[in-house]
Design a protein around this ligand. Structure first.
Ligand SMILES: [Zn+2]
Length: 406
């Protein structure tokens, strides 16, 4: 007993020593050099320990910066690229060019075919006359079975009466041929203001009529709330999106005088969804919880009216193959395929992550992720739901041509 206590004390002292060493690294000169593993401020990143005896040794050559260091992997394992999805796919999060004539429509659809993308949802939130023009272009084409169009909502300058007006417009657009609402952009919540100058909260009661109208019309509401959590965090060397934030000033939401924090937006979003249980909600980008799938799971558990799509968060799905596999199987009835920006050559990365068990392969965008991806090997039944069955369930007017019958 006594011995155990002594051993524990010794261990505690050792831990203390390591911490002291971490603050005063051997070999670190007064100018801080030698602290190569340390972030500014001298803090060790979690999981880092003092290096072994070469401690204090400096690289003989100037170290590369994070954009330069792209080591070629020497790992030799089976690789199964997937240029074409195993089943026909509905891209729930499409941003094709504006459908002002046959040419852009034909170009998009022709590039969809080799990928096995059967239907794209045009989630450009087109309303009014422009919506009717796009519907006319689509209606006059041979691609009526390959694209559907969602309408949008102009949420600027909301004041009393705006909800009724927007609900009427929504009804008119759906009667004209729109089959959903969205994408409602992140500006809603982040910075759009009401007529009185205050920020329009996601759960502002003035808009209740609009969401209820969507439920009456049986059209889903596809909404993008906030942005990755890291965009709201300090831009330091602990931020996983340092490079992206350094590249794009308009993705920095650290200024609390201009933007709410991440959790404020999540709380407003969760209240909005809970208050309209008849409305079918689709959260873009896995609700920005792809890095914490259990959190999204709780939201699914609490709200049977909630769905989500996987656009632009492949980097998080592909770095947790076991957790993601379990999650996609458990919530197979709630998940939709979506891609966001239309780059045909990027879709095969998604197919490979969903369909294979490949290991440690490249992602396409270095400012999203400096790590590699793994396949999550989904069974056919789950793939079919993710790729098209769930989309058909929540968008009854989606074309059925080109999809396998169950
Ligand atoms: Zn989008």
């Amino acid at each position: 007993m006594k011995y155990t206590l002594l051993a524990a004390l010794a261990a505690a002292v050792c831990v203390g020593l390591v911490e002291i060493a971490a603050q005063n690294p051997a070999g670190a000169g007064a100018d801080g050099r030698g602290a190569g593993q340390r972030a500014p401020g001298g803090r060790l990143a979690p999981g880092q320990i003092q290096p072994r005896p070469g401690d204090g040794r400096e690289p003989e050559f100037p170290p590369p910066n994070i954009r330069e260091y792209k080591p070629t992997s020497t790992l030799v394992v089976p690789a199964h690229p997937v240029p074409r999805a195993k089943f026909p796919v509905v891209d729930f999060h499409g941003h094709p060019p504006a459908l002002v004539s046959q040419k852009p429509l034909a170009e998009v659809v022709e590039s969809m075919t080799p990928l096995n993308l059967q239907v794209m949802v045009d989630a450009n939130a087109t309303t009014g006359d422009r919506l009717r023009q796009a519907l006319d272009v689509l209606g006059a084409s041979t691609y009526k079975e390959r694209m559907v169009i969602f309408t949008g909502l102009d949420l600027r300058n909301v004041q009393p009466g705006a909800g009724r007006r927007l609900a009427q417009q929504l009804e008119a657009d759906v009667n004209a041929g729109a089959v959903g609402v969205g994408e409602i952009m992140k500006s809603f919540g982040l910075y759009i203001t009401k007529a009185d100058g205050s920020r329009l909260h996601l759960d502002d009661p003035e808009l209740d009529l609009v969401w209820e109208k969507a439920a009456d019309l049986r059209v889903p509401v596809f909404i993008h709330v906030a942005d990755p959590q890291e965009f709201f965090q300090p831009l330091d060397y602990h931020n996983e999106r340092w490079l992206e934030l350094a590249l794009y000033p308009d993705r920095r939401y650290q200024d609390r005088s201009r933007f709410p924090d991440f959790e404020t937006l999540m709380a407003e979003r969760d209240r909005l969804i809970a208050r309209h249980p008849r409305t079918t909600w689709v959260l873009a980008h896995l609700g920005w919880h792809a890095n914490d799938l259990a959190r999204l799971g709780k939201l699914f558990d609490a709200n049977p009216n909630l769905y989500s799509e996987v656009g632009a968060v492949l980097y998080d799905i592909g770095r947790q193959p076991r957790t993601a596999h379990e999650f996609f199987v458990k919530y197979q009835d709630r998940l939709l395929f979506g891609k966001d920006s239309y780059q045909p050559n990027e879709y095969p990365y998604y197919w490979r992550v969903f369909e294979t068990n490949d290991e440690y392969f490249d992602y396409y965008r270095d400012y999203h992720a400096f790590w590699k991806l793994y396949g999550i090997g989904l069974p056919d039944q789950v793939l079919r739901k993710l790729y098209f069955e769930n989309a058909m369930k929540i968008v009854p007017k989606l074309p059925k041509t080109g999809f396998p019958k169950s």
